[in-house]
Design a protein around this ligand. Structure first.
Ligand code: AMP
Length: 424
């Protein structure tokens, strides 16, 4: 028989790597709770039409598409937003707004595999629906910030832009939507020359050239520059003012490093307002990103519902944490191995294991029927904290032997006091 490998671009997560993923997911879920986001679980497979409607050319070309046995055109989800928007136009359409929804799971894109780029990867996704106000934009940025801070991520920063500034200029100068989307794709890839070549009007082109030059850490200065540049473009100027308002809110409420980039664009077509990415300078890839999309839910047949959301890329956050040698384990529960000396004590040993578990202690019960020495050797290798040895003589006195595997000391403990003794 040949041995089987994973499909190209897809990975097994084992050992410490799986632990890091769980750690990140736990922090994301705790943050969701802290900020009032409720979890929703949606299918991995969705109608192709839903997923391709507003995602943009970039994603459309990278989807895993197939026909199911009922001849339906379906695809593996390349992101969460389309599924959550579908939910808000159907089962959750009567839910009071604002709606704060959280999801986590795998998504699929046929990208060229490389470090930090996989065909199956994990995202943790947040959507805040029903508010067009800058408070909502600020809130999702603060959620992102909270996840990063709670993970102990070092040196991360936010890159912010506003698609409304570029859209406002291009629309006022008569550039059609399709061309605009192509321009955004080129700009997303930083192919500015190619983007500029798509603009015929010289004045519009110099406006865009002007925007490309505006970037920096001093957000007040960069926003002022954008407002000045867009002085004759009312929609673009209003977008710059909206960005300013969001920046004011986030910098007033928390200590956050922001970089404004006036020509920042993202691959997804549905964005209408503020967009952002989170990054650490050492890694050339973004750890997460998102933005405002005010027309998607309407486009899916729902009530007009302004919305803003983001996703973090768990695979990349894991790489960043590992490169920073972050401590990922929380002060966890104690781990104990429970072993009977002979088969006669098996039942009592299992009962003791259950008592410890009920007290919140993690127990690995001996299921291999190994001799005591072998079982202890194995517990040692797997870095278990204590071994509980259940023998006939001790049982008669209501006690067991508790062995500390770190310092090799052991003592006899009353079963009734065992859990407290282990915990302390
Ligand atoms: P997006 O849904 O395109 O806004 O992406 C959100 C985040 O998902 C990015 O910032 C990355 O961290 C992550 N991501 C996107 N594509 C990939 C990929 N092919 N492999 C791993 N992570 C990815």
């Amino acid at each position: 028989m040949p041995t089987f490998q994973t499909v190209r671009g897809m990975r097994d997560l084992i050992g410490e790597e799986a632990q890091v993923f769980t750690f990140i997911i736990t922090k994301a879920r705790q943050t969701a709770e802290l900020y009032g986001f409720k979890e929703v679980i949606t299918p991995h497979v969705e109608p192709l039409e839903l997923l391709s409607a507003k995602s943009g050319e970039e994603i459309r070309q990278r989807m895993f598409i197939f026909k199911d046995l009922g001849e339906r055109q379906v695809a593996l989800r390349p992101e969460f937003t389309a599924s959550v928007a579908r939910l808000v136009t159907t089962a959750m359409r009567n839910e009071p707004k604002p709606l704060r929804l959280f999801s986590v799971g795998t998504v699929y894109r046929y990208d060229e595999p490389q470090k930090g780029r996989y065909r199956e990867f994990w995202q943790s996704n947040f959507e805040l629906m029903g508010s067009a106000r800058p408070e909502a934009d600020a809130e999702v940025i603060l959620v992102t910030n909270n996840i990063m801070a709670s993970l102990g991520m070092q040196g991360y920063a936010f890159k912010l832009g506003h698609i409304g500034v570029i859209k406002g200029i291009l629309t006022q100068d008569g550039v059609d939507e399709k061309t605009q989307n192509t321009i955004f794709q080129r700009m997303d890839k930083k192919n500015y020359d190619e983007a500029l070549q798509l603009i015929e009007n010289q004045k519009t082109r110099s406006m865009l050239e002007g925007l490309i030059e505006i970037k920096g850490r001093d957000w007040q200065d960069t926003v002022t520059q954008i407002k000045n540049l867009a002085a004759e473009y009312p929609t673009a100027k209003a977008a710059a003012e909206n960005l300013e308002e969001i920046l004011k809110l986030i910098t007033q409420s928390t200590n956050i490093t922001v970089n404004v980039d006036a020509a920042f664009a993202r691959g997804l077509e549905y964005y209408t307002g503020m967009i952002y990415e989170i990054y650490i300078p050492e890694l050339e890839i973004a750890l997460g990103g998102g933005g405002r999309y005010d027309h998607l839910i309407e486009a899916f047949g729902g009530q007009p519902t302004p919305a803003v959301g983001f996703a973090i890329g768990i695979d990349r956050v894991a790489i960043a944490l590992q490169e920073q040698k972050a401590v990922i384990s929380e002060k966890g529960t104690k781990r104990v191995a429970v072993t009977a000396i002979t088969d006669n004590q098996k039942g009592d040993a299992l009962k003791i294991a259950q008592q410890l578990r009920a007290a919140g202690i993690a127990v690995e019960f001996e299921v291999m029927g190994r001799k005591m020495a072998k079982a202890l050797e194995d517990a040692d290798k797997r870095k278990v904290d204590f071994a509980v040895i259940v023998g006939e003589r001790e049982l008669k006195e209501g006690t067991v032997v508790l062995k500390n595997l770190a310092d090799r000391t052991q003592c006899t403990v009353a079963i009734s006091e065992l859990a407290d003794k282990i915990k302390n």
